[in-house]
Design a protein around this ligand. Structure first.
Ligand SMILES: *Cc1c(COP(=O)(O)O)cnc(C)c1O
Length: 227
């Protein structure tokens, strides 16, 4: 058994425990293995262990990996420059970090329709005081409605990267805010596919699961720390 196989098994059991504790079905929580900066052989180990979904946040680093391992499911999770949308639109299956109409429109226009619709999540800035990217929570509804009218996209939900918090009692708040924002959008805009909440990383995924995460994005706990 490789390190990666053991770490994935350990992670799966932590996910199962977290789900049991909050009464959720573990099949509702999907694992996105964040492979940014990591070499192909480690990703191949993870694939051999049954992992299918991988996340990259720099196009330059991620694009060659999507080309080398096209059978995996690739998720773009980083900041998007509008001149890079064509490669993102055609080499990835999901984008978690849409935060403007302009980027959304370009992704839809540039996506090859033969690939089927690109699944997109709106990145929401749940910690107002920080410089983190993403739209303010109240801007997510109008952007979701805009996405719903684009031909080659599916508006699939919301994503957030909370500001680091020292205080564990504050860890839940951004995740709650994301869930409430999604529920409001589903109720008001009636978007049937707008179900996903991409939230939770190595340090806080158990809390995110308690608050309804459907995609946890895990790098360090699978691939080890990054230099
Ligand atoms: C790096 C990264 C992760 C994974 O972080 P870990 O703490 O290593 O699990 C998750 N989401 C995004 C957007 C990232 O950039």
């Amino acid at each position: 058994m490789t390190d990666i196989t053991a770490r994935l098994a350990d992670l799966q059991s932590r996910v199962a425990t977290a789900c049991t504790q909050c009464g959720r079905d573990p099949s509702e929580v999907r694992l996105l293995a964040v492979s940014k900066t990591k070499p192909l052989d480690l990703i191949e180990d993870a694939i051999a262990a049954g992992q299918d979904d991988f996340g990259e946040n720099y196009l330059q680093d991620g694009l060659p990996k999507t080309e080398a391992l096209p059978k995996a499911t690739w998720h773009f999770i980083g900041a998007i420059q509008s001149n890079k949308t064509r490669d993102i639109a055609n080499h990835f299956d999901w984008v978690h970090s849409v935060a403007s109409e302009k980027v959304a429109r370009r992704l839809s226009e540039q996506r090859d329709p033969a690939l089927g619709p690109l699944k997109v999540l709106i990145q929401v800035n749940t910690s107002q005081e920080s410089q983190k990217s993403g739209v303010a929570p109240e801007q997510a509804l109008p952007l979701a409605k805009y996405l719903a009218n684009l031909d080659n996209l599916v508006a699939a939900g919301l994503m957030t990267i909370p500001a680091a918090s020292e205080d564990p009692s504050q860890q839940r708040r951004p995740f709650q805010m994301l869930r409430e924002t999604r529920d409001h959008i589903v109720d008001t805009a009636g978007l049937p596919d707008f179900q996903h909440l991409s939230m939770g990383m190595t340090g806080d995924f158990e809390t995110a699961i308690t608050e309804g995460s459907t995609w946890i994005r895990i790098g360090t706990a699978i691939f080890g720390s990054r230099s």
